[in-house]
Design a protein around this ligand. Structure first.
Ligand code: GUN
Length: 296
């Protein structure tokens, strides 16, 4: 079998287009412009690239982008004070504090100081609890993007066996909750899971979110399964720098029914879903109906 390639780049462009259309209508009909504030502490080069990209795509979608760059030695009190200001600012509908934070800052404390309604990352404990109990919440962007691609490919996910490899708070756990919400039978596997290839081979949907380059090979994949590769690993091969996923593409694609490539799969969906979440948050704040197809 040769897998269908799920084109995340094209899918994300479609989502951004839908967001931009909705934003234009909000502006025309109600004079409202959604605003996203991104807070970056320190100078981690990868984070700077992400933040720039977020800012550019926010503006391209017709929304306001507010960037706050703070020194690496910013105190926790100063960061919490900035979050409090953004919480109180009616022009700000989404707040994202870029992770990882420098070590002297308590990430949990900072994330949980964000107004849950503006928590477009979906990392606040209130949103985690709402998602876990099937209530309306803000949903973490990367798993939301994966869910959108899976729904698009499969139609309904009901009754499918899903295995999520990785148990992070950002991807693995919320991904499992979303799949459960769509009536999959869900297994969360991780580094201590026994017989991992056998567990993965039961999956109709296999989500690889382990952060280990090319760990999932074709012999982990059930013939015809859908492989969603969340990994973005920078490696050097034959003297060349390259990006690879957590799944070894060639061997997985030879067995799977569908697969997301790296780059061009899950990656572009994350920012597209961040824009969608900002729009959703803005609609909720103004008592307007939410954009269809852009939420969980
Ligand atoms: N760092 C890497 N990915 C993310 C993300 O999705 N949100 C935040 N806040 N920080 C990140």
């Amino acid at each position: 079998m040769t897998a269908k390639i799920i084109d995340g780049k094209a899918f994300a462009a479609r989502i951004r287009g839908q967001v931009a259309e909705h934003v234009a209508r909000l502006k025309a009909d109600h004079g409202i412009v959604p605003g996203l504030a991104v807070v970056l502490v320190g100078e981690d080069p990868a984070s700077e690239v992400y933040v720039r990209s977020k800012g550019r795509q926010t503006v391209e979608a017709g929304m306001n982008s507010y960037e706050h760059k703070l020194d690496a030695d910013t105190s926790e009190a100063d960061l919490l004070a900035l979050v409090a200001t953004l919480n109180a600012d009616p022009a700000v509908h989404g707040i994202l504090v870029q992770l990882p934070l420098p070590k002297h800052l308590n990430s949990d404390l900072v994330i949980n100081s964000i107004d849950p309604a503006k928590d477009v990352d979906g990392f606040h404990i209130s949103n985690v609890g709402l998602l876990g109990t099937g209530q309306k919440s803000m949903v973490p962007c990367t798993p939301l993007g994966c869910l959108m691609m899976l729904r698009d490919h499969h139609g309904t996910l009901s009754g499918l066996d899903a295995v999520v490899v990785g148990r992070s708070n950002i991807v693995g756990k919320p991904m499992a909750q979303l799949l459960l919400g769509d009536s999959c039978t869900v297994t969360i596997a991780h580094s201590r899971t026994r017989d991992l290839p056998e567990v993965c081979k039961r999956a109709d949907i296999l989500v690889a979110a382990v952060g280990r380059p090319e760990m999932i090979t074709g012999d982990y994949v059930k013939p015809g399964a859908t492989v969603i590769d969340v990994g973005i690993n920078r490696i050097e091969r034959g003297g060349k720098k390259m990006l690879v996923g957590d799944a070894e593409f060639a061997s997985c694609a030879a067995v799977a029914g569908a697969i997301t490539p790296v780059p061009g799969g899950v990656g572009p969906m994350t920012i597209a879903c961040l824009l969608a979440n900002t729009l959703t948050s803005c609609c909720r704040a103004n008592g307007l109906s939410e954009p269809e197809g852009l939420t969980a």
